[in-house]
Design a binder for this molecule. Sequence first.
Ligand code: TYD
Length: 134
Amino acid sequence: MYELLDFKKITDERGNLVVIENNKEIPFEIQRIYYIWGTPDGVDRGFHAHRQLTQVAICLSGSCDILFDNGKDKKVITLNRPNYGVTIEPMVWHEMRNFSEDSIFLVIASGKYDESDYIRDFEEFIKLTSFQSE
Ligand code: TYD
C-alpha cells in the first residue's frame, strides 16, 4: 500500500543533510513539489486518491499522521523525522491528520497538478477499487 523511505543522513558537527535525486532516493522522475504548513489544530487534509500520480510525503518539521486505504485495508503511519518519507501510490485513498503546529509537510510528485487525476469521492473510489480486484 505504501513504501517507507529512510533517507540517508549525512551528519557531521554542523548538523544533518539529506540528498534526494530523481529515480534514486525518489522512485520516479520528479515533476512537482509542494508543501503545506500553518495547518490549524484539528484540520485534516487529503481525502482523495490519484488515478496515476505517485508521490512521496516527508514531514520536514514536526509530525503528522497519514491514513492509507486501498479499498480493502487501512493503515495509519506517523511521519515525525525529516529523513523519513512514505510513498503515496496511485489508487490509494489518503487522509492527513494530527498535523503538529510546527509541521511542514513536503510532497514530491511524479506529475504536474491535474484535477482530473483526483478521485475526491470516497464512494467512487470504493467502486473503482472493487472493480479492480474482481
Ligand atoms: P487540495 O488538493 O485540496 O489539498 P490537500 O490534498 O492537501 O487537501 O488542494 C488545495 C488547493 O490547492 C486546491 O484548490 C488545488 C490547489 N493545488 C494546486 O493548484 N496545485 C497543486 O499542485 C496542489 C497540490 C493543489
